[in-house]
Design a protein around this ligand. Sequence first.
Ligand SMILES: C[S@@+](CC[C@H](N)C(=O)[O-])C[C@H]1O[C@@H](n2cnc3c(N)ncnc32)[C@H](O)[C@@H]1O
Length: 280
Amino acid sequence: MTPALTLGDVLRRATEHLGKTSDTARLDAELLLAHSLGRERIELYTEFDRPLSDAELDGYRALVARRAHREPVAYILGEWGFRRLTLAVDRRALIPRPETEIVVERCLVRLRDVDAPRVLDVGTGTGAIALALADEHPGARVTGVDVSADALALARENVARTHLDVELLEHDLRIGLPSGPWDLVVSNPPYVEPEELETLMPDVRDFEPHLALVGRGATEAVARAAPAELAAGGWIVLEVGDGQAPATAALLDELGYADVATTPDLTGRDRVVEGRHVGG
Ligand SMILES: C[S@@+](CC[C@H](N)C(=O)[O-])C[C@H]1O[C@@H](n2cnc3c(N)ncnc32)[C@H](O)[C@@H]1O
């Protein structure tokens, strides 16, 4: 009789297997095993020598097979961390990214001295930015809009899950922004050019909604529409794609925004462009 595989054995094997397609194979293997066993990831380390039952092995193998087919770990787990929140995620909306946490950081800096700011999140997806702002600036009155009814349904689940007060509306940014005045308009709009879609990793291209990824001119549309709805002195904060920061900063200058500034993400890429609306 072959000895039963231990938790440590299966982690090693899964890491090797996933290493063919994932740069984060060990982390993926651990997250999936913890999820499959109903444990915290840290708890795995105290159980390395425990043999797994056949049922446990089968359950884990099924999850590893999904990841080997390039499904993002977040979609397999069904939830993902963003700032202080754990949000429901699935194929209806983009998985919130670490760089978007910097967008929230910049918004919080701009809202620091405003007790009850009115905030609009354009293209809210899971609701990540809107919910994080409501969570971390308790006085904020936050509205999230999206053109995707599917994404909004998921965002509603996240409002219920987090017990935070965020208003959600179906709205297409191409017709302008919902009526303000807003103290802050934030957006992580789709910023992949249509011809770049094929160059994205299959994990992204084949699983995340193309409506969330691809959008020619969405950043410019938000920047052009915002002044009509921003309060005097209100801020626009935009997440941009690699290499897009200089052109976006130049656009904000040209549109008359003041104090235009760019902030890098944790990998040093210029990722967030912001500016202040000076008009009345
Ligand atoms: C890059 S995702 C950002 C999602 C979320 N804010 C985040 O940062 O994780 C862009 C979002 O914009 C939405 N979107 C795309 N086109 C839009 C449009 N014309 N009007 C409003 N929202 C749009 C997509 O459905 C998607 O949820």
